[in-house]
Write a protein that binds this ligand. Structure first.
Ligand SMILES: *Cc1c(COP(=O)(O)O)cnc(C)c1O
Length: 384
């Protein structure tokens, strides 16, 4: 039989364990994950509430028709916000929300924009660009006009020129794995730019009218995994003679307002909430200010701290994904533990390159970057 004092002791202990668990799960997490990634807290809250009851319908957003007036309004608002943020006109550009990830755009782009016997120019700045090039070769002639593969994709090649017969020029505006980013758009003359913007979409103002097409998997800067944003200049579509499967033809989705089949309803809703958030913060100009501030804070510490070294060339460093290594690799585990203890998670570099990567997408607060910088500073002092 349990004596009274021991019983008291046990309940006391379980209370302590309980409190400790709450403390653990309530400790603020700073999510530096490269993707799926952080979104604004208010977007999480609104999305969660729509799962229980969408717009007071007494129904979850997960169970309503994609053709209901409530979801149609979401789709229209999402499309309008994309055009508004990009400062593009609905007469010229179509906004599509497709399945298949950014990876499916690697083949849909050449399939729709380059006929057999025609050619397109690609810039190879890393693993994602390499995959896009591989797929494009299935549909026409691909000329890789510049590549930074010679130096482990640590820089953005510049000063290249576009072959006159290129139907389009494909770039990857931000290289998620190696941590490089175009800080100025290349001049491609008359050839339309096509860009994989998966990891820096809407992180800064750009002249979006320079693009014939841009696409982004939502899970880095816009929403949950499951939807890919494609914005395409309508006059570029429908120019190839090859037979296209209905679902892989941009024209199908343009004609049906991205509702040819059931679109990814919940990811589109969440993405729309993120676009509203971007707009409420002051649009892309405000995103640029915010992202510049975070990147400056992080990179100044990186350059000052003797224990760490950045892996990308300084002028091409990404504001979204900062890649770095420890000068003493034997300390890697200890550093990750120190990060974890401060609530900083998702910092392990991509499995193909190792080291560390701090992803600082739009939704990340300056305070989170400050927390990481403090950990790096303390860690270097401890291991000096
Ligand atoms: C993550 C990523 C992709 C792949 O996106 P999926 O939606 O997983 O296919 C492609 N390009 C870039 C630049 C990325 O960061």
């Amino acid at each position: 039989m349990i004596s009274f004092p021991l019983f008291l002791h046990l309940t006391h202990l379980s209370t302590l364990v309980y409190i400790f668990h709450i403390k653990q799960s309530e400790m603020k997490k700073h999510n530096f994950s490269a993707g799926p990634a952080i979104l604004p807290q208010e977007v999480f809250a609104q999305a969660a509430s729509a799962i229980r009851d969408f717009e007071g319908m007494g129904l979850s957003i997960l169970e309503i028709s994609h053709r209901s007036k409530e979801f149609t309004a979401v789709m229209e608002e999402a499309q309008a916000l994309v055009l508004e943020l990009a400062n593009l006109d609905a007469d010229d550009y179509a906004v599509l929300f497709l399945g298949g990830g950014a990876s499916s755009q690697f083949f849909m782009v050449p399939m729709n924009l380059m006929d057999e016997g025609q050619s397109a120019a690609y810039i190879n700045t890393g693993a994602w660009a390499t995959k896009a090039i591989k797929e494009a070769k299935l549909f026409g002639h691909v000329s890789v006009v510049a590549s930074s593969e010679d130096d482990a994709f640590t820089y953005i090649p510049k000063g290249w020129s576009v072959p006159t017969d290129a139907r389009y020029v494909h770039i990857t505006t931000n290289n998620t794995i190696r941590g490089t980013q175009y800080h100025a758009l290349p001049d491609t003359g008359d050839a339309p730019l096509v860009a994989d913007m998966s990891s820096d979409i809407f992180s800064r103002p750009l002249d979006f009218s320079r693009f014939g097409l841009f696409y982004a998997g939502a899970q880095k800067n816009l929403g949950p995994a499951g939807v890919t944003l494609v914005v395409v200049r309508k006059d570029l579509v429908g120019q190839v003679r090859r037979q296209l499967p209905t679902m892989l033809n941009y024209q199908t989705h343009i004609d049906k307002g991205s509702m040819f089949n059931t679109p990814p309803v919940f990811p589109i809703y969440t993405l729309m909430l993120t676009l509203r958030w971007i707009k409420s913060q002051g649009g892309l100009t405000a995103m640029e200010v915010r992202n510049r501030e975070k990147a400056t804070l992080f990179y100044s510490e990186l350059d000052r701290n003797p224990l760490f070294r950045g892996t990308a060339v300084a002028e091409d460093r990404s504001w979204m994904n900062a890649t770095f290594v420890l000068e003493r690799p034997e300390l890697e585990q200890a550093f990750l533990q120190a990060c974890e203890a401060a609530g900083c998670v998702g910092l392990k570099g991509h499995r193909s390159v190792g080291g560390f990567r701090a992803s600082m997408y739009n939704a990340m607060e300056l305070e989170s970057v400050q927390t990481l910088v403090d950990v790096m500073r303390d860690f270097a002092e401890k291991h000096a």
